[in-house]
Design a protein around this ligand. Structure first.
Ligand code: FES
Length: 114
């Protein structure tokens, strides 16, 4: 088991049914070798804030269901490792259903970036 490292995960939050404006929540958690962005989101939901909404399906990098913008770059959260402080945002803020979940399927330009 690798050495653990404390990282700050800043996450875009917006529930159109309840919020007037988006905001960001920051969580501190312990990451270690092999800990993905998806693992971090899952950890947050299970241990810190069960209201965080995100989506993932295959968790092996095949379906593109988990795309998000991490430090400004569109990535697959399930295959991108958490190695430093990150800002996690939806692929398209204008299509947010809640937090990191967006309407519709990813477009080819989203997939090309990931
Ligand atoms: S959950 Fe399928 S590519 Fe990440």
């Amino acid at each position: 088991m690798g050495e653990k490292k404390t990282v700050r995960v800043k996450v875009f939050r917006f529930d159109p049914a309840a919020d007037r404006e988006p905001h960001y929540d920051t969580f501190e958690l312990e990451a270690q070798k092999g800990f993905s962005i998806y693992n971090a989101l899952e950890y947050i939901v299970e241990n810190l804030d069960p209201t965080l909404a995100f989506y993932a399906s295959c968790r092996i990098g095949a379906c593109m269901g988990c795309l998000a913008r991490v430090n400004g770059k569109v990535v697959r959260t399930c295959t991108t490792m958490l190695e430093e402080d990150v800002v996690i945002e939806p692929v398209k803020k204008e299509q947010v259903m809640r937090d990191l979940v967006v309407k519709g399927r990813p477009l080819p330009e989203d997939i090309l970036q990931a």
